[in-house]
Structure formats: structure tokens, C-alpha cells
Design a protein around this ligand. Structure first.
Ligand code: SF4
Length: 140
């Protein structure tokens, strides 16, 4: 895999630090996890012009980027404050699952993980639904 441009890396580090602060989350305590995700986001900025989530498989990345639902910070983060890449997590490294529908894979994988900063983040919480994600969602 070619290295992302330094400009894209700088842009994504700045964005990730700012969004963590704004959403009341922290970056993963294992720096290697954060570095890998930021690198993946920067690579997608180079390829697509947008920070498409690097932790999903897409049949067509360009078409997916147009839909915007997996542009970081993705709909799941903005609605449920859940980051399946583990980029935006609690200080203990656990992803917040409190707001997810109970049948969501995040809730089933990690159990109930409470949000320590409920006053921050979830700009799109009005879109929360108890339903599972549609079947045509990309595979995390
Ligand atoms: S899961 Fe969402 S918030 Fe987390 S890195 Fe991917 S796009 Fe960003």
C-alpha cells in the first residue's frame, strides 16, 4: 500500500483530535490502533477526496463516498456515538455502545458500554432508531 500524502495525514490528525474533543471521546490508548485508522482515512482522502471509513469493505468506494454515510465522522458516530474502528472511544479503549439498538453488532460484541460524556457529541441523535442497520450496509 502506498503511503498517504503528508498533507492528508496532517489534515486527518487535526480533524481526529478536534472531533474527539468535540464529541467527548478519546483516541484509542493503543497508539498503533489510532495511527492505522488515521492512515487509512488519509489514504482515502488521497484516493477519493474524502475520508471514507477505512474499516469497511465496499463494493464500490467511489459510489459509497457519494452517499456520505461512511464519511468520517460517519452516521453511526453522529447518531449513536459508536466508532467500530475504535478511533473514537472512552479512555479505557472501549467503544460507546449505550445508544445502539440492542441487536446491533457493536452491542452484541461489546455489551453495554456507557457514555461518560453524554452532554457531548451525537449531533444527529434525532435519527436514532431501534431498528438494525439495513442489510445493504457495507460489512464492517
Ligand atoms: S467508524 Fe465512523 S467515526 Fe469511526 S473511523 Fe470509521 S467513519 Fe470515523
Amino acid at each position: 500500500m502506498t503511503e498517504p500524502r503528508q498533507e492528508s495525514l496532517d489534515k486527518m490528525w487535526k480533524y481526529v483530535k478536534g472531533f474527539a474533543e468535540k464529541s467527548g471521546t478519546t483516541m484509542h490508548p493503543n497508539q498503533a490502533v489510532t495511527e492505522a485508522v488515521v492512515k487509512g482515512l488519509a489514504a482515502n482522502v488521497d484516493e477519493l477526496g474524502k475520508p471514507l471509513c477505512p474499516c469497511n469493505f465496499y463494493k464500490d468506494k467511489k459510489e459509497e463516498a457519494k452517499l456520505r454515510r461512511w464519511i468520517c465522522a460517519c452516521d453511526e458516530m453522529q447518531i449513536y456515538k459508536y466508532c467500530h474502528c475504535l478511533l473514537f472511544v472512552r479512555e479505557d479503549g472501549m467503544p460507546i455502545t449505550e445508544y445502539l439498538p440492542e441487536n446491533h453488532e457493536g452491542r452484541q460484541t461489546y455489551g453495554l458500554i456507557i457514555d461518560p460524556t453524554p452532554d457531548k457529541g451525537r449531533a444527529l441523535k434525532h435519527r436514532a432508531t431501534p431498528q438494525a442497520e439495513p442489510d445493504d450496509s457495507p460489512t464492517p
